[in-house]
Design a protein around this ligand. Structure first.
Ligand SMILES: Cc1cc2nc3c(=O)[nH]c(=O)nc-3n(C[C@H](O)[C@H](O)[C@H](O)COP(=O)(O)OP(=O)(O)OC[C@H]3O[C@@H](n4cnc5c(N)ncnc54)[C@H](O)[C@@H]3O)c2cc1C
Length: 378
């Protein structure tokens, strides 16, 4: 069996980043090429991080702010940018704070990470065992330290098919239930006529969680940042409430009685005419003919449109996995397993998911950086 000090399982964002830092490592990737998911990030342009102070950046990881803090503070956005610059990848900050390579091409990022340790592609890790102080992989390689960087279970067409959960379970790790996240929410209303309508700001409530921001209607539901970020809270059929605007009965009644309802609502709210025409029941009546009950219904649709949402069919399209290896069992300063010495778990395999905007790659890189620092210190 061939021995390496460090073996990295998975050549995605986190595995490649670690490999680029550790010349003495061996990286095993099951696909014929590394970083297939990295290549589709940011619409192929690769949104590598977000230009934000670490104390603000950590707020984009939902309930995992504390767990990700050491990683994010140790490798904040400017250090990620500096590191890529040292590899020859210049970056720029978009108006909304998202950071991309100046080439707007994810290949630039992926290729820059290929010149670290040894990489073997087309090699699937099926078994991982530990005997005394040595890890044994597929009865073919041995290592002093192993890093599981196999990603999550969404978008499996890029290779992340949940293998890391199985490997981690063998060492006693708990897998927090897995859900699709950063994905479209399908709703039980016919939204086909609304497809393509985007709103700069809407307020969405999913279960107990509320968020405001840009929203996009799709053929079968809702997407856009606010729906993507809240999709992690959808479990089975979940109650969702959509607030499109603020409007009161007084404002509606103040419009001229002869005005067509749809026109009046467009005038008051600024919402797109196509949206109003398709969701308001009394759209063709004039204002004077509306009863108190009619006005109540209009206000309800615009300010508290209730529907049921689900994300069941989104596994192939979701951008991140919610759930994964329990962070309670991982040392947050090093990413080392608390259950097995010298076993490290990084990136999306962990029960950490960030919002859309470069946060998931930031954590993939930063968690690998901590693992590297810890392994190097041994
Ligand atoms: C369409 C899309 C767009 C995205 N855009 C962005 C973005 O712009 N910015 C952002 O921050 N995040 C983005 N993300 C999320 C981000 O890509 C992931 O969170 C990140 O890639 C996770 O990195 P990882 O290394 O943990 O896993 P991955 O990148 O999924 O890598 C895991 C690797 O492990 C390999 N592997 C799995 N099992 C085995 C095995 N048994 N043996 C050997 N190899 C194995 C896989 O083939 C894969 O290459 C996007 C995701 C998607 C799907």
């Amino acid at each position: 069996m061939k021995h390496y000090p460090v073996i990295i399982i998975g050549g995605g964002a986190s595995g490649l980043f670690l490999s680029s830092l550790m010349k003495e490592s061996l990286l095993l990737e099951k696909n014929a090429e590394c970083g297939k998911k990295l290549l589709v990030t940011g619409g192929g342009a690769c949104n590598i991080t977000h230009d934000e102070a670490p104390r603000d950046l950590v707020l984009h990881y939902h309930e995992k702010k504390n767990f990700v803090s050491t990683a994010i503070f140790s490798l904040p956005p400017e250090r990620i940018r500096e590191y890529f610059a040292s590899l020859g990848v210049e970056t720029y900050i978009r108006e909304d704070g998202k950071v991309f390579p100046t080439t707007d091409d994810a290949h630039t990022v992926r290729d820059a990470l290929l010149n670290g340790g040894r990489i073997v592609t087309g090699y699937e890790v099926r078994t991982l065992k530990k005997r005394d102080d040595l890890f044994i992989i597929n009865d073919e390689f041995t290592a002093d330290a192993v890093v599981i960087a196999t990603g999550g279970m969404v978008f499996p067409q890029t290779g992340s098919t949940g293998d890391g959960y199985r490997l981690a379970r063998q060492f006693g790790h708990t897998i927090v239930p897995l859900r699709n996240a950063l994905c479209e929410i399908r709703v039980d209303r016919d939204t086909s006529a609304l497809e393509g309508i985007s709103l700069e700001s809407a307020t969405l409530k999913v279960g107990k969680h509320t968020m405001s921001g840009p929203l996009l209607f799709t053929r079968r539901g809702i997407s856009g940042p606010v729906a993507l970020n809240l999709s992690r809270y959808v479990e089975g059929e979940t109650d969702i409430v959509l607030k499109l605007c603020d409007i009161s009965a007084v404002e509606i009644k103040a419009e001229s009685g002869k005005t067509k309802c749809a026109n009046a609502l467009h005038h008051i709210t600024g919402l797109p005419q196509r949206l109003i025409n398709n969701i308001i029941p009394s759209k063709d009546r004039n204002i004077a003919s509306l009863t108190r009950e009619d006005i109540g219904k209009i206000i309800e649709v615009l300010t508290a449109w209730r529907m049921k949402g689900n994300t069941r069919e989104q596994t192939r399209y979701a951008m991140v996995t919610c759930g994964g290896v329990s962070t309670k069992e991982i040392e947050s300063r090093t990413m080392e397993s608390r259950l097995c010495r010298n076993l490290y778990i990084v990136g999306e395999t962990l029960d950490v998911d960030g919002e859309t905007g470069g946060y998931n790659l930031s954590f993939a890189f930063a968690s690998s950086y901590l693992a590297c620092r810890s392994i190097a210190a041994r």
